[in-house]
Design a protein around this ligand. Structure first.
Ligand code: SF4
Ligand code: SF4
Length: 444
């Protein structure tokens, strides 16, 4: 192994550079690299409707993706490296094939949702089922997002994560993928895509299916922001996402007829796990506010949204009830062993997969299903707000004061030694203008 390629080397480089899982919650990459596995997978399925970020990154930076994957393989001892990508991403795949040697395999997915669910990726690539409540290293596999691998490649050269790639799609004038400094206000990212093309715009931060409702366009983007779907506030999808929990709870109690469609199409159930959203809905109806009686049928839910946004004929919120059930268990300090379920894929699994084209129609976003190519980065914003918690673990603690001058890449907040988390870096040159318990603000 060369310099910087030992397991310890990359783990420390990833920690110092602030690399986190760019595809979701922001799990610190260094922690994942500590595991010993036999297979490393690049999760290039990008299955959220309207998002193009990973495809654009793979087309533009294939060498970085492959370099990051090879480094992750060496760090974790993996002898098998696989890029799991949709067959229809032809250009991205060709670019990666040119960059990869014979040491990297390709696994091709059909166009269904949610092909990129980590547990599905592990099963479809290796045939292994992650144990209920476990993580992929439990079966010898590590799964890395495309942008995470690019960031690992840069981290090995001492370059921290200061920018993030974001697809801006939906009701905007020029759907695009842009790379912006972490901490840029959402308003400026949307402006880079030509601005909203509707009155009273809101956004789904993270995608149409798994994204969260956002109507504060002054909010900053983080290292994990990957997609902003702009919609009119009165769009059905926006209204569903914005509903308060009390309303969802009321609807869930009142209208579920126990048809089981949510369970029969649930990707986790079809993979053999004991996820049964109809049972969670039934419990909600009977258990009232006694959350612990919601049972364990929702504990392994990946929150993909197939049950509520695609399957349920009544437009009910089984996913939200699964999320609520998980939260209530957590708040009560309960860590029940998740039930095992079938333990093997359902015989009808292939026939019940959700085609992306049908999903887009069902969500009412077909008119915006157009490419969002990567465009030149807009000028850096005048001000960035760097949140102290952009990752799983403890928040970072500020190490700068108002008035201090900072340069791009300088650490502005650090995580105490031995704790799960990553440092935060300045994303523009400028001066610190505010420090509070949530963020460090830097102005040019
Ligand atoms: S939540 Fe919807 S799909 Fe599920 S059982 Fe109830 S009515 Fe059927
Ligand atoms: S969101 Fe619904 S469909 Fe998706 S895993 Fe959870 S229960 Fe299953």
């Amino acid at each position: 192994m060369g310099r910087g390629e030992s397991a310890g080397g990359l783990v420390e480089q990833a920690r110092r550079a602030g690399v986190v899982g760019a595809g979701g919650a922001g799990f610190p990459a260094w922690k994942k690299l500590e595991a010993r596995v036999d297979t490393s997978i690049c999760n290039a399925a990008e299955c959220e409707p309207l998002l193009f970020k990973d495809q654009e990154l793979m087309r533009r930076y294939p060498e970085r993706v492959v370099d990051g994957l090879r480094r992750a393989m060496r760090a974790t001892g993996a002898s098998r490296g696989v890029i799991a990508i949709k067959a229809k991403y032809v250009e991205a795949r060709r670019a990666l094939e040119r960059a990869a040697g014979g040491d990297i395999e390709f696994h091709l997915f059909d166009s269904f949702y949610p092909a990129g669910d980590e547990v599905i990726v592990v099963h479809d690539v290796t045939g292994r089922l992650v144990p209920p409540g476990g993580i992929p290293p439990a079966v010898g596999v590590a799964v890395h997002n495309v942008e995470t691998l690019i960031n690992l490649s840069f981290a090995a050269e001492g370059r921290p994560v200061t920018r993030t790639a974001i697809t801006v799609a939906g009701a905007v004038r020029s759907p695009a993928t842009v790379v912006v400094p972490v901490g840029t206000p959402v308003r400026e990212v949307v402006a880079a895509a030509g601005g909203a093309a509707c009155d009273d715009p809101v956004a789904l931060d993270g995608g149409a299916m798994m994204g969260r409702f956002l109507d504060d366009f002054d909010a900053p983007v983080t290292r994990t922001t990957g997609g902003l779907i702009v919609l009119p506030r009165d769009h059905r999808l926006a209204r569903r996402k914005a509903e308060p929990e009390a309303v969802k709870l009321h609807v869930a109690r009142a209208a579920c007829d126990q048809c089981r469609m949510c369970t029969e199409l649930c990707p986790r159930y079809l993979l053999g796990y004991a996820v049964e959203p109809h049972a969670v809905m039934r419990s909600v109806g009977f258990a009232g506010d006694r959350g612990l009686e919601l049972g364990e049928a929702g504990l392994l839910c990946c929150e993909c949204g197939v049950c509520d946004l695609y399957a349920c004929p009544e437009d009910l919120p089984p996913r939200d009830m699964c999320v609520r059930s998980k939260r209530l268990h957590r708040e009560a300090g309960r860590r029940p062993d998740p039930p095992v379920g079938l333990g093997r894929p359902h015989p009808m699994r292939d026939a019940r997969r959700v085609p992306l084209s049908r999903l887009v129609e069902r969500l009412g976003i077909a008119e915006w299903d157009v490419p969002a190519p990567m465009i030149d980065s807009p000028p850096p914003p005048a001000e960035v707000r760097l949140l102290l918690k952009q990752h799983v673990g403890v928040p970072a603690r500020p190490v700068v004061r108002p008035g201090e001058a900072v340069r791009v890449g300088q650490v502005v907040a650090e995580v105490p030694e031995g704790q799960l988390g990553v440092p935060i870096h300045a994303s523009i040159d400028g001066r610190v203008v505010a420090v509070d318990d949530r963020a460090v603000t830097v102005r040019r």
